[in-house]
Design a protein around this ligand. Sequence first.
Ligand SMILES: [Zn+2]
Length: 251
Amino acid sequence: MTDSNAAPHQCIRLRFYEELNDFLPQEQRRREFSHRIEQQLSITDLLAYFGVPRNQVDLVLVDDEPVDFTHRVGFQQRVAVFPVFERCDISPSNRLRPKPLRRACFVLDQQLEKLARLLRLAGFDSLCRQGLTELQIIAASTEENRVILSRDRELLKNARVSHAYWLRESDPPAQFREIVNTFDLRRTLRPFSRCMDCNGELRVAEESEVLERIPFAVLVAFDDFWQCEECRQVYWKGSHYERMAQLIETI
Ligand SMILES: [Zn+2]
């Protein structure tokens, strides 16, 4: 359907911005290109054709005017598509969603357990449980306002998904940096506020409370302890803390 030799009157001009380019073949990235259509086409159909999940799109302009997903594009029109997590300012145009969700609150598919642990270590509410079904992930997202994090494009294409981010990186520390940068979370890092294991909140614990659950060497070496409100796991500024500090330095 994309054909730069097609008669110009049967074509539209298209450009995808920022990270939406990751969904496109190399030759269509970061440039305006011609796309042949047989008849008027809705924005939804157009995005489906290019494999760009609808929930990754925040703003579509047709001939410089904002439109919604049902808008039908005609011959010779110019279409510009902007992502949800656009870092540059695209206001004041009408967005397709009332307001983009940028809360640091996530639900991750079960392949991303290691990323979930890193996000929790940095203090971000990150639900990730083995055995969570696609429906349960979507329900957690809509009911608890969580952004779905996944590397599964099919999950993100589900029509019920409204806030989701498709991870480009595959290595957990790189994924962590990707999320912190994409969602601009640097200023909201809160190490030692959340349990790496269960996502429960941590509170400062007295030595007497944790005495029987930590090795003697730890008790001697550290003065400050935290305890998970949910699973009672005890934390101190040991190897996890060092790991977090090193990771933050690389952001
Ligand atoms: Zn816990």
